[in-house]
Each structure stands twice: as structure tokens, then as C-alpha cells.
Design a protein around this ligand. Structure first.
Ligand SMILES: NC(=O)c1ccc[n+]([C@@H]2O[C@H](COP(=O)([O-])OP(=O)(O)OC[C@H]3O[C@@H](n4cnc5c(N)ncnc54)[C@H](O)[C@@H]3O)[C@@H](O)[C@H]2O)c1
Length: 367
């Protein structure tokens, strides 16, 4: 049996006090084993866009909580990236290593299609461009496809580029020049995003210190940049004499302990959800550490895949990702003016754009 049913935000229940989603859809196809949830936080700026996470959640409730939080975060990210897109996200419950199949992905694609363009999907944890090619056989609302299929390919290219633009803005704000030349930058996690960020930093003349749990990832950087220093882990990196800390591994890097010990004056990295809990943004500000909000500086990836909707053009996407520099500076200025941490200023700017630009759709266009 295959069924899909929409839940009102009230039925979905509040998650972290958020009960504002426009639409939450549960998608089930027993034969292929598909159990997915698509959440649309809002469409104030346009159709929602966000990736599909394929993950072995412990329960449907855990998957629901994740997709509600992630779709809300996408609304804020897309708003500050200057995109005419709302916030959405999807989760497929299961182990991508064993449960992923052509039938499952195509069944999922049909549910995406059934939303009529209210939700565009893309890659996330557990899904790859090749998977999006399969989903796209059943749906027109798919981004993050392979280059061979007209897609934007690996989004970490512009994610890393955007993080670098955000870091240049932070350097301008703190040191008065938009360059990392002569600064020591600690990069935690040199995977797809982190290793590309290291390339940019070395090119700019920064001294780079890295750590990664994967010896292979470290070795790739060592081969390309023998001058890069390697330390054992986060503790060694944040205790080191660095000017900038760039979390590019998992979420939650900025916990109480790390913030208390951190010697850097700037935090700017690609990882999602860097603040371990609400209040960390204030601890950073109180210690005089400038935090470049994660969802602002790592929006190059969504800018890259969103460009696919018009027919992918790397130059156009890159020009848009370059604007992350101006947006980050604007957030720092707004934070200073209002006396709030940059993370709060970013949220306010995003909410303002969603409200002000979203409102103009109420202007009647005639027939
Ligand atoms: N790829 C994108 O376009 C994109 C876009 C926006 C945000 N992000 C975020 O950026 C981060 C990195 O993404 P990615 O695509 O580079 O992933 P990735 O898996 O390619 O890289 C992550 C790296 O971090 C390392 N790592 C894991 N745990 C670690 C630890 N405790 N200490 C040090 N290193 C550790 C891994 O070994 C890996 O090399 C993630 O938080 C992701 O959500 C990625």
C-alpha cells in the first residue's frame, strides 16, 4: 500500500517550541521500504528547497524532530543567501548502506513530484548526486544532480568558497583587511568542504593547522600542502595559538568547554549547527570572539544547487556566493548596532527578508 497524508503543524506537535510549519507530509511505500517525511517550513520567498537526509533514525518521532528543525534552518539559510526560495527538508528513515534501492528512490521521487513544486530536493547526509539522478526520473523538482545530467555536481565547491568569503569579512571586521595573510587558521575536519577551504587559505597566505579523525583525509592535504601543520584533535587545535577556528566536521563544535578554552578571535567554518546549545553565541561574544553564523557562511552549497533550477551556470552561482562576503559584514554591523551577538542579528535579518519580501506577494497582479 502506498499512502501520503499531510499533517497540519498542530498535529505534528511542537518541536523545540517550533510549531509553525506550513506542511508536513509522511510518505510510505511498503514494497520498496520507503518511509520518508517531507517538511515545508515556509514558502514566503518561493518554493521550498532543502536536501534529503537518509539516516537510520531510532524512531519516527526522532526523524520528525530532525526534519522540522532542518527545514526551519533551511528557510533562514535560503533567505540570507538572497534566494527566492523557502525552507524545506526531507528525511528517509533507514540505513543508506543497506536500504537504498532504485525502487525506493523512485518511489520517493513520486512523492516529491506530488507536491507540485512546493518542495525541491537535493543531497544531504546519506544521499549523493547519483541518487538525485534516480529521484529525478520521477520528479522535475530535484537539484544536486550530477554534472552529466545537467546538475550542479558537488556542492562543497561553493560551500568552501563561501566560507572563505565569510572569513575574509570577519578578518575585515576584526583586523581591518579582508585577508587571512599571515594569520593562523585552524581547520577542524578536512573532508569535502574543509580540504577545499585549506586550498583557499594557503593561496591567500595563511598559516594553516588541521585535524581530522581520518588519516586519509589528513594525508590528502599533506600531499598538496606540505607546509600545513597537523594536530591530533579538536582539543589540540583549539588550545593552539590560532587566530581563526574553522569547524568543518560535525555539528556542536562550539560547546561550553571549547568556547571557554578557545584562543582564536574569529570562528568561521562550514559545519552546520556549530552552537551546541542556545546561549553559546552570547558566551562567544562575552569572550570577545567574533562568530560568523554557520548558516550564513556555509550557504554557498545551496546557492550552487539552487542555480540548477534555472539551468546550472557555475559563473552565475559563484558570483552569488561571492555576496556572502557582504552579507556577513552586514550581519556584523547590524549586531554591533543592536548590541546583540551576530547569530541573533542574522536570524533577525532573515526574518525581516521573509516578512518584507514575502508580504509583496499579497499585491494583486490582475488577470
Ligand atoms: N558539503 C556541503 O556542500 C555542505 C554544505 C553546507 C554545510 N556542510 C556541512 O559542513 C560539514 C562538513 O561537510 P563535508 O561535506 O565536508 O563532509 P565530509 O564528510 O566530506 O567531511 C567531514 C570531515 O570531518 C572529519 N571528522 C569527523 N569527525 C571529526 C572529528 N571529531 N574531528 C575532526 N574531524 C572529524 C571526517 O573524517 C571528514 O573528513 C558538515 O557539518 C556539513 O553538514 C556541508
Amino acid at each position: 500500500m502506498t499512502d501520503v497524508f499531510g499533517l497540519s503543524h498542530k498535529d505534528a506537535g511542537p518541536v523545540n517550541g517550533q510549531a509553525k510549519h506550513e506542511q508536513v507530509v509522511f510518505c510510505t511505500d511498503e514494497r520498496s521500504g520507503l518511509h520518508a517525511i517531507i517538511a515545508i517550513y515556509n514558502t514566503a520567498l518561493g518554493p521550498s528547497l532543502g536536501g534529503t537526509r537518509f539516516y537510520p533514525y531510532e524512531s519516527e518521532q526522532a526523524a520528525l524532530a530532525d526534519v522540522l528543525n532542518l527545514s526551519r534552518a533551511m528557510a533562514y539559510k535560503n533567505a540570507l543567501a538572497g534566494l527566492d526560495l523557502g525552507g524545506g527538508k526531507a528525511v528517509i528513515i533507514g540505513d543508506p548502506a543497506t536500504d537504498k534501492s532504485e525502487a525506493l528512490l523512485r518511489a520517493y521521487g513520486r512523492f516529491v513530484q506530488s507536491l507540485g513544486g512546493r518542495y525541491f530536493t537535493a543531497c544531504d547526509v546519506g544521499t549523493y548526486s547519483e541518487d538525485m539522478d534516480i529521484v529525478a526520473r520521477e520528479s522535475s523538482y530535484v537539484t544536486g544532480r550530477t554534472l552529466a545530467n545537467g546538475g550542479a555536481g558537488d556542492s562543497s565547491v561553493l560551500t568552501a568558497y563561501g566560507v572563505f568569503q565569510g572569513m575574509r569579512a570577519a578578518a575585515e571586521h576584526v583586523y581591518g583587511a579582508p585577508t587571512l595573510r599571515g594569520r593562523r587558521v585552524g581547520v577542524e575536519g578536512v573532508g569535502k568542504v574543509g580540504h577545499r577551504l585549506v586550498d583557499r587559505l594557503v593561496e591567500d597566505g595563511a598559516e594553516v593547522v588541521i585535524c581530522d579523525v581520518s588519516e586519509q583525509a589528513v594525508e590528502r592535504v599533506r600531499q598538496l600542502h606540505p607546509g600545513v601543520e597537523v594536530v591530533a584533535g579538536r582539543r589540540e587545535l583549539t588550545d593552539a595559538d590560532i587566530d581563526v577556528y574553522a569547524p568543518c566536521a560535525l555539528g556542536g563544535a562550539l560547546d561550553d568547554d571549547t568556547v571557554a578554552r578557545l584562543r582564536a578571535t574569529i570562528v568561521c567554518g562550514g559545519a552546520n549547527n556549530q552552537l551546541a546549545h542556545p546561549g553559546v553565541e552570547k558566551q562567544l561574544a562575552d569572550r570577545g570572539i567574533l562568530y560568523a553564523p554557520d548558516y550564513v557562511v556555509n550557504s554557498g552549497g545551496v546557492i550552487q544547487v539552487a542555480d540548477e533550477i534555472q539551468g546550472f551556470n557555475m559563473d552565475r552561482a559563484k558570483a552569488k556566493a561571492t555576496q556572502i562576503y557582504d552579507t556577513t559584514l552586514k550581519i556584523f554591523a547590524s549586531a554591533a548596532k543592536d548590541g546583540v551577538p551576530p547569530a541573533v542579528a542574522a536570524d533577525r535579518l532573515a526574518e525581516r527578508r521573509m516578512s518584507e519580501v514575502g508580504r509583496i506577494r499579497g499585491i494583486w497582479l490582475g488577470h
